[in-house]
Design a protein. Structure first.
Length: 659
């Protein structure tokens, strides 16, 4: 039931009736996260559907509403409807970005109880007595409403109190218009209300986004030449033509020279080695500066505008760590931990060592100064026009910092989105999401079997965590060449692409490595790339005939054209009789997409798909047409059980739209 605003009563004489104690009960309010400790998440235009258990003692009739308000707004109310067994349901729509809150209120509804009982009475004396009871209840409503409403209710109350004709009493008591007027103004006896639960409302890109990552320094038109922001500008049309709306850039700051890493993470850099962009800071500046080889701040701001003109946004990488020659190392030495020999502790993940990176000490005696400086890094780039940040390794920083920092930023800039790059333990990933990160990387990168995919995406889309954890699925990143892509053919890349693009409303890829099938690991047992862009310039041939760009373009167009693909909660899996085939669907109203993927990159796989007709809103026994958006073919299917055969070398998947 959609929201209806309760009109506040104008000033009127108070009824001579002492309010009853709060004996109605409100419990089991859903959704909520840890009793309201953290906010649920929505985007503008979505509904918040609220359920609760609401009741009172004995046979008392209760009435319930959802109270809600947006940023800076007054409280409004939406009626709740009974579901049976003391459960109630209501909903409201969030229509602007920012912090919202809602509560459930319940009270004893004497008016409804009276009228329901009155309609069942047959004895004349009972009817007249019940009419006088109703007159008193209506008088209480009249005392609380506006003058105009009072002038309508008082005659109703008087007739019920003074009329003796039974037929007229019956007709008068059943007047629906006057009853609703009295009900809207009735005192709320025994009123109880739940605590207010928070809702973070983001813009639509929080729920639906398509990311593409590239290294600006590898965008030059000639091999061996360091790319610039102007070169990225030239690359924008290529990225936009594939249908991406977020272009994510690794750190664009000055790169440290001290202890700089060489190609393939070599400990000693050679002449001309460009180093890792995540080793941030040099004499040219730190986190608020730009690598001179890329261009100037004005060049970057021009790039932001050029991307926006193409319907894209630039997402910026924020990595809170420093190179040994970052200005903070000398200006604020207390922000770093010291080893027993007095040297600063560099980053380690034994046996890995990152001598070119100094972690920050969030527990330092000057933690307030450090935290404020890090918050100001975000604020500086927001001032330049950046509204999306991919945060590097947030799980290695204190939770308290992120809760404070994100809240401080969202208070003045609610349009800003944060992607958490935390490939870590589940509890830690979910804690970061609850603390305020808009989206989160996922374990999709390593989920390959049918059962793993079904179990994981059922968790992501159907469990209570979906209220705060928005998945963003990536088949690869600059740090991760997963084992199933190592030395793999393009068929495996196609499979992983289709799965990411159709299972998740938010997905991304590291390109051009992905569309060109970059598959060489640095060494056996490592997920690092050979000749990784993290440590050297790369020149990519975007015109290669085997590029996956055409497939990417088709999939991203499908995502834009079909509302069903733009959210996660409708995901439903369908049975297949072959474990190499996985089938699933998404639905938004009459828009329905059914996907069948061959998970085997080497062999043709065939089998029967048993379509869950109810999940797709299809009638049993009625024929329906499925159109393959990738292959262009159409089939007429009957009922639930239908045959498919997929050749991974040609097309590893059907992406069907249904008519």
């Amino acid at each position: 039931m959609k929201a209806a605003v309760r009109q506040e009563a104008a000033a009127a004489p108070a009824a001579a009736h002492e309010p009853a104690p709060a004996f109605a009960v409100v419990e089991e309010v859903s959704p909520q996260v840890e009793g309201g400790r953290f906010a649920i998440k929505r985007v503008v235009g979505e509904d918040v559907v609220v359920t609760a258990a609401c009741y009172a003692h004995g046979h008392e009739v209760v009435r319930c509403v959802v109270r809600y308000r947006g940023p800076g707004g007054a409280w409004r109310e939406a009626p709740m409807e009974p579901l049976g067994n003391d459960l109630w349901r209501g909903e409201f729509t969030v229509d602007r970005v920012g912090p919202w809150e809602y509560s459930v209120a319940c009270w004893v509804d004497h008016l409804t109880e009276w009228r329901d009982g009155f309609a069942r009475r047959v004895d004349a004396d009972d009817i007249r007595l019940a009419a006088r009871v109703g007159a008193e209840l209506i008088a209480r409503s009249a005392a609380l409403c506006s003058r105009d409403d009072c002038e309508r209710l008082e005659p109703w109350s008087r007739i019920l109190r003074e009329e003796h004709d039974l037929e007229r009493l019956r007709l008068t008591a059943m007047d629906e218009t006057l009853f609703q007027l009295a009900l809207a103004n009735a005192p709320r006896d025994g009123l109880s209300a739940s605590p207010a639960y928070p809702v973070t409302v983001d813009r639509e890109r929080a729920r639906f986004s398509t990311w593409y990552e590239l290294f600006p320094r590898s965008c030059a038109s000639k091999a061996g030449v360091h790319g610039t922001f102007a070169d990225v500008d030239e690359r924008l049309d290529y990225v936009a033509s594939m249908g991406f709306d977020v272009l994510y850039l690794p750190p664009i700051h000055p790169i440290g020279r001290e202890k700089r890493k060489g190609k393939n993470n070599a400990t000693v850099a050679q002449e001309g080695d460009v180093g890792s962009p995540w080793a941030i800071g040099s004499k040219e500046g730190g986190h608020s500066a730009i690598l001179p080889e890329l261009g100037t701040l004005n060049d970057f701001k021009h790039l932001l505008m050029a991307a926006r003109a193409r319907g894209m946004e630039i997402a910026m990488d924020i990595a809170f760590q420093c190179a040994p020659d970052h200005p903070w190392v000398t200006e604020h030495p207390g922000w770093f931990r010291k080893r027993p020999d007095g040297s600063i502790q560099y980053a380690e993940n034994p046996p890995k060592k990152y001598q070119d990176i100094y972690p920050l000490d969030f527990d330092s005696s000057d933690w307030r100064g450090l935290w404020s400086a890090l918050r100001d890094v975000f604020l500086f780039w927001i001032e330049q026009g950046v509204c999306i940040f991919r945060v590097d390794n947030p799980h290695t920083k204190p939770f308290a910092f992120w809760e404070w920092c994100i809240a401080a930023i969202k208070r003045d800039h609610p349009e800003v989105l944060f992607l958490s790059e935390a490939f870590t333990r589940p509890h830690v990933m979910h804690r970061l999401a609850r603390l305020g990160f808009t989206q989160s990387y996922t374990y999709y990168t390593w989920r390959t079997s049918k059962q793993e995919i079904i179990e994981y995406f059922t968790e992501l889309t159907q469990s209570a965590s979906r209220e705060y954890f928005r998945p963003n699925c990536w088949p690869n990143t600059p740090d991760i060449l997963p084992y199933h892509l190592q030395n793999a053919g393009l068929a495996m890349f196609r499979i992983r692409l289709v799965l990411a693009a159709t299972l998740a409303a938010n997905y991304g890829m590291y390109g051009p490595a992905f569309e060109l099938g970059e598959n060489r690991p640095r060494e056996p047992g490592s997920e690092e790339y050979l000749d990784s862009e993290k440590y050297q310039l790369r020149h990519w041939d975007l015109q290669r005939p085997d590029s996956l760009a055409p497939l990417i373009t088709r999939l991203n167009r499908l995502r834009r054209e079909h509302p069903a693909m733009q959210s996660d909660w409708s995901l439903a899996f369908h049975a297949t009789d072959n474990d190499a085939l996985i089938a699933y669907s998404k639905r938004q109203g009459d828009d329905r997409v059914l996907v069948v993927v061959n998970l085997d990159p080497h062999h043709i796989q065939s089998g029967f798909v048993t379509v869950d007709l109810a999940a797709l809103g299809l009638d049993v026994g009625v024929a329906y047409e499925v159109r393959d958006a990738l292959g262009g073919t159409s089939y007429t299917w009957y009922g639930g059980r239908n045959f498919v055969s997929l050749d991974p070398q040609r097309a590893p998947a059907h992406v069907f739209t249904l008519a």
